[in-house]
Design a protein around this ligand. Structure first.
Ligand code: NAP
Length: 247
């Protein structure tokens, strides 16, 4: 129960990697703030699962891409749970297209959720963490933010932005006792990657030395480690979790 009495907020967390991160922290004793733009029914089911581990959980509906909604999310979480120890910026979307066909709204939607949403929540929680002189932020980047990927100029730019944001805020907040890191998953089995056609999936697996997609649990295990005291000397890092795709 290494996270007993800790409060963890995970954005975009009623399904996929975010949901698994909530369950991992709950298993380790934390109280959880679940967030999503909708999905109230799934949030209720997740609260029940978390309660079974003995922890408290609440759901706060908010679109992290909207500055005021992200601020209210953080305020409501602090009001109802007393504090936020760990913020995991997980909410993310894809709108894939080749540059030549990419529409302005596809670019804007992805940058607004993935990059601006991360900025919005980090900014909103930073004053609270600075006052407490402790806190951990973990951002979901992606290996494509490091190596690029044809058809994902918007997504890779947003994730490269998340990496720059992570390193900068880590430098700004280290002296206040706050650690900021990113994880960069490769291909993880979730709704997001279910959309891939079979031939692309086969090609992707050819490029993964461990020859399979990762699981949400693999990512959740890494996030929990980075949030733990065992990682107290790690900040400003981007940790790849990709079956060896990027070495
Ligand atoms: P997912 O299954 O599509 O889940 C994304 C979650 O974010 C959903 O719950 C979604 O809500 C929520 N969300 C979307 N826009 C939001 C917004 N504006 N405000 C609040 N919540 C919002 O995705 P995933 O595969 O679990 O990915 C989680 C994170 O890991 C993302 O940042 C993604 O970019 C990153 N990642 C994933 C992979 C992978 O292979 N899966 C690889 C690298 C990085 P709805 O259910 O309402 O849509």
């Amino acid at each position: 129960m290494i996270f007993k009495d800790k409060v963890v907020l995970v954005t975009g967390s009623t399904r996929g990697i975010g949901k698994e991160i909530c369950l991992k922290f709950a298993e380790l004793g934390a109280d959880i703030v679940i967030n999503d733009i909708g999905n109230e029914d799934q949030a209720e089911l997740l609260i029940t699962e978390i309660n079974e581990f003995g922890g408290k959980a609440i759901f706060v509906k908010a679109n992290v891409a909207v500055f005021d909604e992200a601020s209210s999310l953080i305020e409501q979480a602090i009001e109802e749970m007393g504090k936020i120890d760990i913020l995991v910026n997980n909410a993310g979307i894809t709108r894939d297209n080749l540059l030549i066909r990419m529409k302005e709204d596809e670019w804007d939607a992805v940058l607004n959720v993935n990059l601006k949403g991360t900025f919005n929540c980090m900014k909103a929680v930073s004053r609270h963490m600075m006052k407490r002189r402790e806190g951990v932020m973990i951002n979901l980047a992606s290996v494509v933010g490091v190596i690029g990927n044809a058809g994902q100029s918007n997504y890779s730019a947003s994730k490269a932005g998340v990496i720059g944001l992570t390193k900068t805020v880590a430098k700004e907040l280290a002296s206040r006792g706050i650690r900021v890191n990113a994880v960069a998953p490769g291909f993880i089995q979730t709704e997001m990657t279910k959309k891939l056609p079979d031939e692309i999936r086969a090609k992707v697996i050819d490029n993964i030395p461990l020859a399979e997609f990762g699981t949400s649990r693999d990512v959740a295990n890494l996030v929990a480690f980075l949030a733990s005291e065992d990682a107290k000397y790690i900040t400003g890092q981007v940790v790849n979790i990709d079956g060896g795709m990027v070495m």
